[in-house]
Design a protein around this ligand. Structure first.
Ligand SMILES: NC(=O)c1ccc[n+]([C@@H]2O[C@H](COP(=O)([O-])OP(=O)(O)OC[C@H]3O[C@@H](n4cnc5c(N)ncnc54)[C@H](OP(=O)(O)O)[C@@H]3O)[C@@H](O)[C@H]2O)c1
Length: 303
């Protein structure tokens, strides 16, 4: 049996559009924190459980937007947001939109113009955690756009997690989001390719995990050391006292050749070797590995 939650009259009312896996989690968290919550979703039945817990279901997106000073958008993407909000344009006048859809900085900039033309103030956002972590300690949410909109709606944004305002440029939230996902995929590929490498000799992943993830990653990818070296990236100084790019290029050459010899895919190490090789060719050979950052800052040369 579901019990009706009581909303806290001191909490600010919030509207949420979108009840996919992430939207559902946002809604549950806002209800748990006592926010009067109005919901709209294309498939209305997804709100049934939330309505039983105290949320209000709007019949249209326009009715939902009109119910609160701020509307959170958690739909499949920017194009869906326009599709859903175009018929609600009149209700947007004088209200705030906080868009949590993933996208690109160009899409975020276009959304500012679109919202401005309809009289709405726009904050772009990105959710940095999976649905079960929303509202939990360490749930970081990124925002960019007008600081006053962020400050005005800080209470519901804080209910969802740890809100970080990155700056006035509306594209920053999705840019940071994409950059961190880039880091995630690169790290995951490193683990997966290394596992394929030892797997070529019949070593199961579960056996390799103990050494690779239990000992090597924490010992070698020293996150505190990376943070300490971040000012070196800003200054473009890469002292080669403890390791040089030349030496790292050798290691990447070995990884590439071993992958080929072991009969596994070598595209990933070849790419890393090619990048390090270009950095050496540009004169960074005596600097440490982080000097590849100098290449990453520039557009890829055409072959
Ligand atoms: N899930 C995650 O782990 C995660 C993590 C970080 C960020 N995000 C971002 O959060 C956003 C939502 O993600 P999600 O996982 O909840 O699910 P999703 O599959 O990206 O989006 C589902 C939502 O979009 C609606 N929708 C799709 N097409 C529509 C259309 N043509 N008209 C109206 N509504 C439409 C769905 O409505 P119906 O229910 O009617 O289908 C549902 O509300 C995405 O931008 C995603 O990138 C997700």
């Amino acid at each position: 049996m579901t019990t009706q939650r009581s909303t806290d009259q001191h909490r600010k009312p919030v509207t949420l559009l979108g009840l996919g896996p992430m939207g559902l989690s946002l809604a549950q968290t806002l209800l748990r924190r006592g926010h009067p919550l109005t919901l709209w979703n294309r498939s209305p039945e997804k709100a049934d459980g939330l309505v039983a817990e105290g949320a209000r279901r709007a019949r249209t997106a326009a009715e939902a937007v009109a119910a609160s000073p701020v509307t959170l958008v958690c739909l499949a993407g920017y194009a869906t947001m326009y599709e859903v909000l175009e018929p609600a344009a009149a209700a947007l006048e004088g209200r705030s939109l906080v868009n949590l859809c993933s996208g690109t900085p160009a899409e975020a900039h276009a959304a500012v113009t679109w919202s401005g033309e309809r009289g709405a103030r726009y904050l772009d956002g990105a959710v940095m955690v999976p649905p079960p972590m929303v509202g939990e300690p360490g749930a970081v949410f990124l925002y960019s756009g007008p600081r006053e909109v962020f400050d005005e709606h800080l209470e519901p944004l804080t209910s969802l997690g740890d809100p970080r305002h990155l700056g006035e440029d509306p594209g920053l939230a999705v840019l940071y989001n994409t950059a961190m996902l880039d880091m995630m995929y690169t790290t995951l590929n490193g683990w997966l390719h290394a596992t394929a490498l030892v797997g070529s000799a019949g070593v199961p992943a579960r056996q390799f995990a103990e050494l690779a993830l239990g000992w090597f990653m924490p010992a070698v990818v020293d996150y505190a050391a990376l943070a300490r070296q971040a000012p070196d990236l800003d200054a473009g100084t890469y002292p080669g006292t403890l390791n040089t790019l030349e030496m790292n290029l050798n290691a990447l050459e070995h990884i590439t050749r071993t992958s080929q010899e072991q009969g596994i895919d070598s595209a990933h190490p070849r790419l890393m070797k090619e990048i390090a090789g270009r950095a050496v060719a540009e004169g960074h050979g005596g600097r440490n590995y982080l000097a590849v950052y100098e290449l990453f800052k520039k557009a890829t040369p055409h072959p």
